[in-house]
Design a binder for this molecule. Structure first.
Ligand code: ZN
Length: 108
């Protein structure tokens, strides 16, 4: 990593210019690329919670969530060429998606 430090225009973090593209750091580029998938993930997770609360079979929702997570992975791989970096970004994205479900639930 070389170059000067620049602030990301979305999160404001100082990042090396070599990691910045269109003014955004890698985390923010990934977040934007999967934003609507994350929203859908949160919606399906809430649906799954409702099914489970009623002791209903949530298998089909589980599969939908699984497919959604695969689409997230595909988008991240398309965006990040380095395999290790892509895998770390996917991990971060899935953690955030799964955490947001708990954030939303705690607001109820
Ligand atoms: Zn950023």
């Amino acid at each position: 990593m070389t170059g000067i430090l620049l602030p990301c225009r979305r999160c404001g973090r100082q990042v090396f210019s070599s990691e910045v593209s269109e003014g955004l750091c890698l985390d923010c580029r990934v977040d934007e690329a999967v934003a609507e998938l994350r929203t859908e993930h949160a919606r399906l997770s809430r649906k799954r919670e409702r099914y489970r609360a009623k002791a209903a079979n949530a298998g089909s929702v589980d599969r939908q969530i699984g497919r959604l997570e695969e689409r997230m992975a595909t988008r991240i791989v398309a965006l990040v060429s380095d395999e290790k970096t892509a895998s770390a970004q996917l991990q971060r994205t899935l953690e955030k998606a799964r955490e947001s479900r708990f954030d939303l639930r705690s607001l109820r």
